[in-house]
Design a protein around this ligand. Structure first.
Ligand SMILES: Cc1cc2nc3c(=O)[nH]c(=O)nc-3n(C[C@H](O)[C@H](O)[C@H](O)COP(=O)(O)OP(=O)(O)OC[C@H]3O[C@@H](n4cnc5c(N)ncnc54)[C@H](O)[C@@H]3O)c2cc1C
Length: 354
């Protein structure tokens, strides 16, 4: 495993960019270039800043440099029977830890275990002035600066260049079982919500093409009890299915219409928008392939208490994420000014002017 600490070089690059007011485009493995708004800027390459700095399986904590490939981290955890419980999507072979945390991307286990943000214990970053900042810690009891580390998670690199990240990791389950049931989308939403209210080891749920997929994970005895009790056919190659869903490789994602990722309260009604749907996260994440007007999608989703992000298609120089209410927009602007006063870090990646 390659190890390399480029902190000093990266810091000098950001300091020079701050002095010249040069916008920077922070690039890890470049697997998520399509995600968010299109930006221009000098490339700040994070891929050389890599390596697992520390891993304490008994403490369930791992710290790695941001450019470390996600596969390297997952392999190290697997040797100890542990995992990243938020099941991060890679969206490409070069996915890095930094890019994953910057996007706050989480996979099928998200509603049952937590999001990427929930597992970030601390981080070291370079702010937009080229200063080194440290937030949080490598232990779960220390909460000093914890919230700032979470703020960096999902900021798409607009508030700081992530250098090292400490994550809470979890033991991998002894056993997984995926059951499939045929049903309509409305029935699937009902069943997902009914199951979520029961003491069952549910670890993923998705409605795809007329079928509800339910994954249960845990001790052998707990999973055997589910199998005896719940209806449905056992899916043989379940790991491949959940992997394909996480990586957007199912046939649904290959369509040509715009692809929307819609976040909603789990019990929200189904939006009345034309197109094809795929629902996961117990109803909290609903994917839509549609030719509907962007404004219609956003207005209707906002009315149901959610937000819509354009994942594929549409104008990448326009609006991609749900526009923010005035108060939140002001808060974002103030945070941006505090962390990146010259506006050089991934400017406009999330919203125009931020
Ligand atoms: C199981 C579950 C329970 C939930 N419970 C609640 C709840 O109790 N209360 C509640 O209010 N919501 C709740 N939600 C909704 C949840 O807060 C939204 O889904 C959330 O806003 C999406 O953030 P995320 O970090 O999960 O996803 P992300 O993938 O981070 O967000 C989607 C996109 O928005 C961007 N983004 C993230 N944060 C911001 C931000 N602050 N400003 C602008 N852009 C941003 C990201 O870069 C990303 O591109 C719940 C969702 C789930 C799945």
């Amino acid at each position: 495993m390659a190890e390399n600490d480029l902190t000093v070089t990266l810091q000098q690059q950001v300091q020079a960019a701050y002095a010249d007011k040069t916008p920077l485009n922070i690039v890890g493995g470049n697997s998520k270039a399509f995600y968010g708004r299109q930006i221009s800027g000098s490339r700040l390459d994070m891929s050389g800043h890599r390596g697992i700095i520390s891993y304490e399986p008994t403490e369930l904590v791992l710290t790695a440099r941001a450019g470390t490939p996600l596969v390297e981290i997952e392999q190290a955890l697997a040797t100890q029977g542990q995992m990243l419980a938020f099941e991060p999507p890679h969206w490409g072979p070069g996915a890095t830890l930094g890019g994953t945390v910057a996007c706050n991307l989480s996979g099928p286990r998200r509603p049952y275990a937590g999001s990427a943000r929930d597992f970030v214990l601390g981080c070291r970053v370079i702010n937009g002035k080229g200063e080194l900042l440290k937030f949080g810690a490598e232990v779960m009891k220390n909460v000093a600066g914890y919230d700032a580390a979470r703020l960096m998670t999902g900021a798409l690199g607009t508030l700081g260049v992530l250098l090292d990240i400490s994550l809470k990791v979890l033991p991998a389950p002894q056993q997984d079982l995926t059951l499939i049931q045929s049903c309509t989308l409305a029935e699937a939403l009902n069943r997902m919500n009914r199951l979520a209210a029961q003491p069952l080891p549910l670890s993923a749920s998705a409605w795809v093409d007329g079928h509800l997929y339910l994954r249960f994970s845990g001790a052998d005895s707990a999973v055997a009890a589910v199998k005896a009790r719940e209806a449905g056919d056992v899916l043989a190659d379940a790991a491949a299915f959940w992997h394909s869903l996480r990586e957007l490789n199912l046939p649904f994602f290959a369509g040509t219409e715009k692809l929307w990722r819609i976040a909603l309260p789990q019990t929200a009604a189904q939006p009345e928008l034309p197109g094809d749907w795929l629902v996961e996260w117990g109803g909290a994440q609903r994917w839509l392939r549609s030719t509907a007007a962007e404004d219609d999608v956003r207005t209707q989703v906002a009315g149901l208490g959610g937000h819509a992000a354009l994942i594929h298609g549409g104008d990448r120089a326009g609006t991609v994420f749900q526009p923010l209410p005035a108060g939140l927009w002001q808060l974002h602007q103030r945070l941006k000014l505090a962390f990146d006063p010259a506006g050089i870090l991934n400017p406009g990646r999330m919203y125009e002017g931020l």
